[in-house]
Design a binder for this molecule. Structure first.
Ligand code: URA
Length: 485
């Protein structure tokens, strides 16, 4: 007998999970289940011909199905896809996982491949929403400014993407309307509705701002029409005020490149251009840190961005319990785009190893995210960031701290301490100490590893190295002390 399951199908994972669990407990094979969402049914078909599926009585504990965590994560994304086949696909996978728990690692399997393709499409749609939502200001009461945006996602991604807008546009009231639900923020509460919304009729001066911005960031020398259309697909153009400029900018690109070449002496290095292009790509991962890193890749809060190859953001997982903060990326880090990979990084890695700290479980970052240097011939000589630059970059460091919430923070050198505490003189007072910042967080202050590279006297170097390694060991012990070993 066929079993019909009717779902809302608006990206709420709970409704599918409940039905799938009951079906699985009832031993009902995937081929006997007809998954439907009301909008997929034709007129008059809202009443299913068969009895809708009813949850079965609780099964005995010995029959409780289990699934790998990775499947639940995958299912949450796939359920946001708009393909009506997603429910059946996931139930097939769930069924097959009972026989083979490693099924998801078989990437050539048709069902597995389809699910991962759907997950990727959902992720991409979410990135597009982050990039292409255009707020328009509307009249508001009180002191807060109010904005509305209209967006047309492919999938049911409003709920999963809304927290990004809450973080990014925290200090204004906004409402994002889409045919697949809406999200609103009023400074206190994020509200999400899965009900389809209608397109608001609003036009305003912010459109002109977007056009001006787009004209400025458009670089004719880097014009790749296909890549541009894949990053900003045509289907989004109708809701982007700047999109009407694109044909004209493309048409005039060649002439503009020729005039730019005439002024070639003032062009930034090619490597800089290449790295800057990365800033316009969608972020890789889904989490808050990937979004932050992506935002930071286009940071122009201080002038250092102009000469650095790229932003070197922190590296590590959101769950990291220990955070190391250095000064700023060096020459090697600036090119690699990763912190502590050059000579200072080698000293750092060795100290970590000796202390039994796994770098992949730590979060490693810098107080300043761009390389500051002075060109000397072909070499770029490191220059210490000043208080203004450190203060501008504190914004990013605070965001990293808010997301990672480490239990142990190790500040490597004076700039790290200034970035953390906003006090240029604190380092001298705190060096060599472990200070409880609050009940949960301890701050350990030690020298920067590159200080060891600069010390000419061997005995002094050995002494300082010992002190540095002891402080890193102390950080490792603190980590173990909070049960995170
Ligand atoms: N020095 C730092 O402070 N950070 C790095 O990433 C590299 C060298």
């Amino acid at each position: 007998m066929m079993h019909t399951v009717i779902l809302e199908g608006r990206g709420d994972a709970g409704e599918w999970r409940e039905a799938a669990r009951a079906l699985l407990l009832g031993g009902i094979e995937p081929r006997l289940v007809d998954w439907q969402v009301p909008r997929d049914l034709g007129p008059g078909l809202f009443e299913p011909q068969q009895e809708p599926f009813k949850a079965l009585p609780e099964a005995s504990p010995s029959r409780q199905p289990t699934v790998p965590r990775a499947f639940l994560t995958l299912a949450e994304s796939v359920l946001c896809h708009s393909d009506p086949g997603r429910f059946a696909l996931l139930y097939r996978l769930l069924w097959r996982l009972q026989q083979n728990r490693d099924l998801l690692s078989i990437k050539a399997d048709g069902d597995v491949a389809e699910a991962f393709a759907m997950e990727k499409s959902v992720r991409r749609d979410s990135h597009k929403m982050k990039a292409f939502v255009r707020f328009k200001e509307i009249e508001g009461e009180g002191s807060r400014r109010r904005f509305v945006a209209w967006f047309e996602p492919d999938h049911h991604i409003v709920a999963r993407t809304a927290p990004f807008f809450q973080r990014r546009f925290n200090d204004m009231d906004w409402l994002i309307l889409t045919p697949k639900g809406s999200a609103a923020w009023d400074g206190r509460q994020l509200q999400v509705s899965l009900e389809p919304a209608g397109k608001p009729d609003i036009m305003d001066a912010t459109d002109d701002l977007w056009r001006t911005y787009f004209t400025h960031i458009f670089n004719p020398a880097r014009l790749k029409v296909r890549a541009m259309q894949s990053e900003m697909p045509k289907k989004y153009w109708k809701n982007l005020p700047e999109a009407e400029l694109i044909p004209g900018l493309i048409a005039s690109a060649e002439t503009r490149v020729r005039s730019m070449l005439k002024e070639a002496a003032s062009q930034p290095p090619v490597r800089h251009e290449r790295r800057q292009a990365i800033a316009f790509e969608a972020p890789e991962g889904e989490g808050a840190l990937s979004s932050l890193a992506h935002e930071a890749s286009a940071c122009t809060r201080c002038p250092l961005h102009a000469h650095a190859t790229q932003t070197v953001f922190g590296e590590g997982k959101e769950e990291a319990e220990i955070m190391f903060i250095g000064e700023q990326p060096g020459d090697r880090e600036d090119i690699a785009g990763r912190p502590f990979v050059g000579p200072a990084g080698q000293i750092f890695d060795r100290a970590l190893m000796q202390a039994g700290i796994d770098r992949s479980r730590a979060y490693v970052t810098n107080a300043v995210k761009h390389f500051k240097y002075e060109p000397r011939g072909k070499r770029r000589i490191h220059k210490r960031p000043d208080s203004g630059e450190i203060a501008h970059c504190r914004w990013w460091l605070q965001k990293e701290l808010e997301v990672v919430r480490p239990k142990v923070i190790v500040a490597l050198g004076a700039t790290a301490v200034e970035g953390l505490l906003g006090d240029r003189t604190a380092y001298q007072k705190l060096k060599g100490q472990a200070i409880a910042l609050n009940e949960e967080t301890v701050l350990i202050v030690t020298i920067h590893p590159s200080y060891l590279l600069r010390l000419p006297d061997e005995a002094a170097r050995a002494r300082e190295a010992e002190g540095f390694e002891a402080m890193v060991r102390l950080a490792g012990d603190r980590l173990a002390g909070v049960g995170l070993g």
